[in-house]
Write a protein that binds this ligand. Sequence first.
Ligand code: SAM
Ligand code: ZN
Length: 269
Amino acid sequence: MFAASSSPDLLTILQCPVCGAPLAAAARGVRCSSCERQFHAPNGIIDLIDDEHPSSGISQSIMSSPLFARAYERLWRPSLFRISTAFRMPALSHERALIADALGGAKGPSLDLSCGPGTFTETLCALNSRTGVVAVDISRPMLELTRRRVPAALLIRAAAERLPFADAAFAAACNMAALDVYRDPAHALVELSRVLRAGAPFLLSTFVWPTALASFDRVRNLLAQAGASHAPLRDELAAMLTGAGLQIDQLSSFGSYVIVRGLKKERSC
Ligand SMILES: C[S@@+](CC[C@H](N)C(=O)[O-])C[C@H]1O[C@@H](n2cnc3c(N)ncnc32)[C@H](O)[C@@H]1O
Ligand SMILES: [Zn+2]
């Protein structure tokens, strides 16, 4: 019924998005052991989105369109990302190598949070298929593409701000080029930290506003209200990560695109 047939144990990390109790496989998807809600898994994609979840606006709506999903990796990512970083965007192969270096050989399940069309899920699966890979996105068309490309991954439709996984479920995670489109990036980082084991490595990338724009709050707020961009200031990003209990080991800037490599702190304070 689901993908990830090689790692059925992965289902044990799933949590009901409504009450937080464990989920178990059921006839047409998964079922909550406590509130008994059923969640369907059309095409093997387990839909754990909380219907109350508010959309973050324009960007999220665009990314939920099938046409955009198909064009994203070949057209949008290489063109718009390069232009908005003044052509300093690293090559995809560079990002994949960073993932391999940071997250390869995980001693438990790996998470690709906001997997898009599976751009890095494929890399994670090549590295860590034995211990299981879970790919999450809010966009069904993106998840459909990931399913076709990486059939071994367990595919979950969920919001980054409310991850349907048990605490400390993952031994490694990546979250690439998505933080700036979340409605609440700081809360999404708290969730990412919650589902990581102490000491687990992560790789994250996001667009940021340069610190010089700190006084342009009104413009940033307008863009956030429209859901066009929730990008943090460069300094805010570091504070958000640290506040969420995520330790920054390396932060590399490519124009407005930042890649952070780090670890979930042994003990968050
Ligand atoms: C720019 S794409 C990045 C895809 C891929 N990780 C990459 O690096 O190319 C951003 C992704 O975040 C997803 N997304 C947007 N809001 C989300 C949310 N609240 N929770 C989970 N995923 C979300 C979008 O559907 C989209 O697939
Ligand atoms: Zn429940």
